[in-house]
Design a binder for this molecule. Sequence first.
Ligand code: CP
Length: 366
Amino acid sequence: MRHLLNITDLSVDEVEALLNTASDIEANPEKYARAMEGKKLATLFFEPSTRTRLSFEAAMYELGGHVIGFAGAGSSSAAKGESVKDTIRTVGCYADIIAMRHPLEGAPWAAVQCAQVPVINAGDGGHQHPTQTLADLMTLKKEKGRLDHLKVGVCGDLRFGRTVHSLMEALSRYPGNEFVLISPRELRVPGNLLVDLTEAGVSYHETESLEEEIGSLDALYMTRIQQERFFSVEEYLRLKDSYILDEEKMRLAAKDMIVMHPLPRVNEIDVKVDSDPRACYFKQVMYGKIMRKALILKLMAETGLQPRPGRVLITTGKQCKNPRCISSTEQGLEPLFYPVHQVMRHGQLTRIPTKYVCAYCDMEQV
Ligand code: CP
């Protein structure tokens, strides 16, 4: 089987092929209308969703297939204490492919350890959301005409915003891209992702000011402050209005800058911006369904599990320190780690003793 857990499970060439398939699906939807006839997609959503679940389901129906699943942990046997692995093993008896969203980080990596059918990560906690990235890449390709040499501002909750993590990993593989990381100090990008950017030779800087940066951007990727990931209500209330993109700020932006947002939004983009031709977030929604159609076709046609590249995994005899990591709750899941050696903040390279990062949730063990 072939799974999609992290966007880097797909090579750059494979992403290109998916974009080409998506363009063909968009132009000739009838050509694909029976491609999944007799096949079933299971949507296992242990956490709320509108776009991801419904776009996967619409995609499968439009490919001629069927859909089974649940839209909340409370309506599955997870509410009785069933493990992720047992759920996946069970659903593999009913469905040909699984799209799974789970609040615990790394849950899809546990799932594939016993999966009999392809598993797609439809979002795991504050960690990764690779199929949103497929939607985002199609948006950039369509609206900016390229995936390279882009200056992309990502703004808001960069700590818990899983879509940002996947997007940065994807865009760092194309030449000439540059990131402006706009967030409060408390919600900065996790250090291990900055290490990845540094090792990939990607230019970036961290800032707290949207106004100072917006004028130089090709694309601005706004994100919601992720209330559900906060440990403290007071901290959320203090940070929730950190950034609000309004008409006044849009006047500072280039005429051809595009505004993206994975949605749902709360108040971080004023609804008056919706009528600005640079607002692309509802186009992202449509592109998301088309890319998920292309992805289902690809995974159903392929064999050969590809492990995440370049990681040597070890055991340390310790548990992951992230209370939201799947390895802290799932029975029989061996804690695994990979080493990192440096962290970059504010352009200063700081060498630190070897740290270990959890192979499931990618959290540094400090
Ligand atoms: N972008 C996204 O993941 O939206 P949903 O939470 O509605 O699926």
